[in-house]
Design a protein around this ligand. Structure first.
Ligand code: URA
Length: 190
């Protein structure tokens, strides 16, 4: 199997889709390469594109707060995105861009072999769980795919726009906490 180092090197030189023309940095992913829990966002925004790291803008600050609610931080999980390069004007990544990019996430997932995957928002949920998944109705539900348990929660950027969804998200976070306690052996919650 490819190594993390080789995968990161290859990914950072990717020119498979037009997003390569406008990106500043490829946002490969961050966190523990031994994590049991993988969080997957949609794609880099402006701040992430500039820094080369996922979730470093306002949505990232809220994600940190959400993780802290259940005793997690970025060192204990892995965070990646569906697409590794910023879609211009923060539009949703096109299907063709997702199709070209999904291989990187698949390889990251194969190396990590996570026990739990949390899709952040509709775009990641549709791709990772089910194309017609309705996030408003199905957030916080668990599905098992092979040995991995998956759930979707509202994207932090959406929660910044509509704070009324925060209480439901706290329940979803508690459910993630319970799943971690049930399945994970190396993920300390504090
Ligand atoms: N939104 C995402 O989906 N991913 C990021 O990395 C930042 C914002």
């Amino acid at each position: 199997m490819i190594t993390w180092e080789q995968l990161e090197y290859d990914c950072k030189s990717c020119r498979r889709c037009a997003l390569a023309e406008t990106r500043t940095n490829v946002v490969f992913g961050t966190g523990s390469r031994n994590a049991e829990v993988l969080f997957v966002g949609e794609g880099p925004g402006r701040d992430e594109d500039l820094k080369g790291e996922p979730f470093v803008g306002r949505a990232g600050k809220l994600l940190d707060e959400m993780l802290a609610v259940i005793g997690l931080d970025r060192t204990k999980i892995y965070i990646a995105n569906m697409v590794k390069c910023r879609p211009p004007d923060n539009r949703d990544p096109l299907n063709i861009e997702q199709d070209e990019c999904i291989g990187w996430l698949r390889s990251q997932t194969a190396l990590l072999n996570p026990k739990i995957i949390v899709a952040l928002g509709r775009v990641a949920a549709a791709r990772l769980i089910r194309p017609d998944l309705k996030i408003t109705a199905e957030h916080g539900r668990w599905v098992q795919k092979k040995a991995c348990w998956m759930t979707a929660i509202y994207h932090p950027a959406y929660l910044l726009r509509d704070g009324r969804k925060k209480p439901e998200t706290y329940e979803d976070l508690r459910s993630i906490e319970n799943k971690i306690r049930e399945l994970c052996t190396n993920t300390e919650l504090e």
